[in-house]
Design a protein. Structure first.
Length: 90
């Protein structure tokens, strides 16, 4: 894999994860005025959104490592772990 191709894939995954975070924030703000039954397990608290913010560190570190050193598996692992955490938590 070329360095340019790896950097493109890395920043695309990071942008996808950030889009998921921004969409979950926007939907949480919009859902604050809607009644959600307790049996659904959904919450509109701000604290639930703040839990996802530390996992952005996985995205940032993974994107930086994999864009500069595409052969290093740690960068890709951090990037994919951050993406999965964003998908799970939103």
């Amino acid at each position: 894999m070329s360095a340019r191709n790896a950097a493109w894939q890395t920043w695309s995954l990071a942008a996808l994860s950030l889009a998921v975070v921004l969409a979950s924030i926007a939907l949480s703000v919009l859902a604050r005025s809607v009644y959600i039954p307790c049996s659904w397990g959904a919450s509109t608290d701000v604290g639930d959104l703040l839990v996802t913010l530390p996992f952005l560190a996985f995205l940032i570190v993974g994107a930086l490592i994999s864009s500069r050193r595409p052969q290093n598996p740690i960068g890709w692992i951090c990037l994919v772990a951050g993406l999965f955490w964003m998908l799970i938590s939103s």
